[in-house]
Write a protein that binds this ligand. Structure first.
Ligand code: 5GP
Ligand code: MG
Length: 181
């Protein structure tokens, strides 16, 4: 079987992402202005570029940690059953936490992670997602902060992959399949 050929059409430019991150970081800094040390939790692997840009815009004392949940495998469909593949290194009891996700689709992944982390009694727990596809939602969940609402398209770039490729694109693009040859 040959791999399907696809092209990537730019949907959100690197410049637009940077501008949106700047405004969202003003909101986060205001929300957590009194924090001792905010634990910024990235969901691996898709959020790694977003979290890197985000923390450099935050004027707050922070710690960075990561959690990894399974969802997509190498396909384009969520498995809906969420498993934790890698847990946090730090305890979060009594602490302020910001969970950073690349994209909310059906909502299963982030709502599962939030439920899990809440059982650990953080002082405050907020969520931020760069992208949201509200039309795809299967569970009642909305991140506290959202960079961009997007239509039901499969996107890549800025940390987000298709079968582990295209994470290094500086922009968000949508995948469009083309005839081979
Ligand atoms: P959910 O559990 O909300 O359905 O899925 C969330 C996860 O699915 C995201 O963290 C992301 O990894 C993946 N995902 C959702 N939509 C897309 C997409 O358009 N492209 C890619 N590459 N991954 C997506
Ligand atoms: Mg993800």
């Amino acid at each position: 079987m040959t791999k399907p050929a696809y092209v990537i059409d730019e949907m959100i430019s690197a410049k637009a992402i940077a501008a949106r991150i700047e405004t969202m970081c003003r909101d986060i800094s205001a929300e957590f202005c009194d924090t001792d040390k905010l634990v910024v939790v990235g969901l691996l692997r898709g959020s790694f570029v977003f979290i890197a840009d985000l923390v450099r815009e935050l004027d707050l004392p922070i710690e960075v940690d990561f959690i990894e949940a399974s969802s997509y495998g190498d396909g384009m469909e969520s498995s809906r059953e969420v498993r934790i593949l890698k847990d946090l290194r730090s305890g979060i009891e009594g602490r302020d936490v910001l969970v950073v996700e690349d994209i909310v689709d059906t909502g299963h992944t982030l709502s599962h992670v939030v439920q899990l982390l809440k059982t650990r009694d953080p002082a405050r727990l907020k969520t931020i997602a760069l992208l949201d596809k509200p039309s795809r939602r299967e569970v009642d969940f909305r991140a506290d902060l959202i960079g961009f609402d997007i239509p039901d398209e499969f996107v890549v770039g800025y940390g987000i992959d298709y079968a582990q490729r295209n994470r290094n694109l500086p922009f968000i693009g949508k995948v469009r399949f083309v005839e081979d040859g």
